[in-house]
Design a protein around this ligand. Structure first.
Ligand SMILES: [Ca+2]
Ligand SMILES: [Ca+2]
Ligand SMILES: [Ca+2]
Length: 136
C-alpha cells in the first residue's frame, strides 16, 4: 500500500501521469485557445482555418513546432506528442490539411458544419488519455 502511494507521488512529481481532473483542465484550455473567432462555444471549419493563418506567423503556409506551441496552452509534456499526433506525414511541420481538415473531420462526429464542445471534449479527452498512458 505504501509503495503504491510513493509510486503515485513520484509519478506526479515527474509530471508523467495526470488524473482525470487535470486532463479535463487541459481539454478545457485547449478548447478556449481554439474557440476565439467567434467565441461561441462551437468550432467552425472557417474558425480553425483562420486560426491556422494567425499562428503561421512567418507566413510560409505550414506551422512549425514553435508556431504550434506558442498558443496551445498545453502543458510542456503534451506539446510534442500532440504535435506529432497531428503531423501525420511526419515531416516536422503541420500543413493546413493536418491542422484543420483532418482534425475537423475526426472531431465532427455528426458531420454538420461545426464542432460542438461535446464533440471536442470527446475527441481531445481520448487523445490526451492515449498520450498520458503511453508517455514516460
Ligand atoms: Ca467559435
Ligand atoms: Ca510557418
Ligand atoms: Ca506534416
Amino acid at each position: 500500500m505504501q509503495l503504491v502511494i510513493i509510486t503515485c507521488l513520484v509519478a506526479l512529481a515527474l509530471g508523467q501521469h495526470l488524473n482525470n481532473h487535470e486532463l479535463q483542465q487541459l481539454v478545457d484550455s485547449g478548447f478556449q485557445t481554439l474557440d476565439v473567432n467567434p467565441k461561441d462555444g462551437l468550432l467552425e471549419h472557417d474558425e480553425l482555418s483562420k486560426l491556422f493563418d494567425m499562428r503561421d506567423t512567418d507566413g510560409n503556409g505550414v506551422l512549425s513546432k514553435a508556431e504550434f506551441a506558442a498558443h496551445t496552452g498545453l502543458d510542456f509534456i503534451f506539446k510534442d506528442p500532440v504535435f506529432n499526433n497531428f503531423d501525420s506525414n511526419h515531416d516536422g511541420v503541420l500543413s493546413k490539411d493536418e491542422f484543420v481538415e483532418k482534425p475537423f473531420v475526426a472531431m465532427n462526429q455528426n458531420g454538420d458544419s461545426e464542432v460542438s464542445r461535446h464533440e471536442f471534449d470527446h475527441y481531445y479527452t481520448q487523445l490526451l488519455h492515449h498520450i498520458n498512458q503511453h508517455h514516460g
